[in-house]
Design a protein around this ligand. Structure first.
Ligand SMILES: C[S@@+](CC[C@H](N)C(=O)[O-])C[C@H]1O[C@@H](n2cnc3c(N)ncnc32)[C@H](O)[C@@H]1O
Length: 208
């Protein structure tokens, strides 16, 4: 149900998304790219890739990187496809995090930025990310963090007025989700961009 609303919202917003969120996108994705320590030989899945800005950033450094981006908004993906059309080893697919159209043990890195708060079932989302990750791979997730006052208030307001919004989490809750889905957290922190944007990031590896 939420997925349908999210899709409609992002389909509608797609043409202005990059411009409206330019500063936020540039800061958060540069941060996550540095944090993730992706090797140019890694095969990367970007879950909820939006307009492909993370792909553009990574490819500007490693033009031969193998990357797949998935998102539920076809309009966001159209922009991503256009941006990355010169890279034959990069492709985009419409898919939900809850049903990733890939074989198990496919990716070295699964990344997801500013999207975890949309996922209907965070545990099922993490299980699905883990399924497509190679046993020696890693997941890197960046999202809004409810430990910050701004998000405590925004969480209440968005739940009241934004039908596409699900909820954001505290760092403790987020870490519990990772532990409950058999991930080991390797690195994690909270980070603030400007005065407003308080986020959290974690790199985790699957336990078998
Ligand atoms: C705030 S944008 C972030 C886009 C990109 N990761 C970035 O950092 O610029 C959130 C994106 O999550 C996507 N999304 C939300 N729920 C999703 C789901 N269940 N499966 C896949 N994508 C989803 C939306 O369509 C949207 O493109």
């Amino acid at each position: 149900m939420t997925e349908t609303r999210v899709r409609q919202q992002y389909d509608k917003m797609s043409s202005v998304y990059d411009k409206r969120w330019k500063s936020y996108i540039s800061k958060t994705l540069s941060f996550v790219k540095n944090w993730a320590q992706i090797s140019p030989l890694d095969t990367v899945l970007d879950v909820a890739c939006g307009t492909g800005e993370f792909e553009r950033l990574l490819l500007s450094e490693y033009p031969t990187q193998h990357i797949v981006g998935v998102d539920i908004s076809e309009k966001m993906l159209e922009i991503a496809k256009h941006k990355c059309s010169i890279y034959p080893q990069v492709w985009f697919q419409t898919a939900s995090v809850l049903a990733l159209p890939f074989a198990s043990n496919t990716f070295d890195v699964v990344i997801s930025a500013s999207s975890f708060h949309y996922f209907d079932d965070p545990l099922a989302a993490l299980r699905e990310m883990k399924r497509v990750l190679k046993p020696e791979g890693k997941v890197v997730i960046l999202d809004w963090c409810k430990d910050y006052f701004f998000w405590k208030i925004s969480d209440i307001v968005l739940k009241l007025f934004d039908p596409a919004y699900k909820q954001c989490y505290t760092q403790d809750e987020f870490h519990h989700f990772l532990a409950a889905t058999n991930f080991t957290i390797r690195r994690a922190t909270r980070v603030r961009f400007d005065i407003v944007w308080g986020l959290m990031v974690a790199t985790a590896t699957p336990q078998y």
